[in-house]
Write a protein that binds this ligand. Structure first.
Ligand code: FES
Length: 157
């Protein structure tokens, strides 16, 4: 598993991650969106963890779909996005039958194993528990996290 870590500058630079709302950034509030780099730099199965002000967000490439979620486990606060990607059992038609589903889109916390859907941010064992997710958009080959919008994955161009 390859995990990259980057620090996203809120004021923006020509060489690193940058944001859309520089005026907002100066006040300490989060920008509307932030660029985390070229999509080509995160291979399929890869991820990048970026710091945006005081928060940390993980961006994942799973089969050409992009997901972003807060790098904070609601249990004891582990860096959730450093966990292993796996799947989970899906409902089966008959007793004793098992269907492995959501392959590669379930994130297991590295500390105690709580599992969350990359798509919804919801815990597998209790959907009332949720980690913040963010839409990811692809603009001219660059990945942008929409910080003011809720959830969901985005396919590549
Ligand atoms: S801190 Fe994530 S499961 Fe405990």
């Amino acid at each position: 598993m390859k995990t990259e870590t980057a620090s996203a500058t809120l004021a923006g630079t020509s060489s690193g991650p940058r944001s859309t709302a520089d005026e907002t950034s100066r006040s300490g509030a989060l920008p509307d969106s932030i660029c985390v780099g070229a999509a080509a730099d995160i291979p399929e199965g890869g991820r990048r963890i970026v710091a945006v002000g005081k928060i940390s967000i993980g961006v994942f490439n799973v089969g050409g779909r992009w997901y972003a979620l807060r790098n904070f486990c609601p249990h004891w606060g582990a860096e959730l996005c450093r966990g292993r990607l796996t799947g989970t059992n899906a409902p089966a038609a008959r007793t004793g039958e098992y269907n492995w589903g959501q392959v590669g889109t379930i994130l297991r916390c590295p500390w105690h194993g709580w599992e969350f859907s990359l798509e919804s941010g919801r815990a597998v064992f209790d959907e009332r528990l949720k980690v913040r997710t963010y839409p990811v958009t692809l603009r001219d080959g660059e990945l942008w996290i929409e910080l003011r919008s809720k959830g969901g994955a985005q396919e590549t161009e």
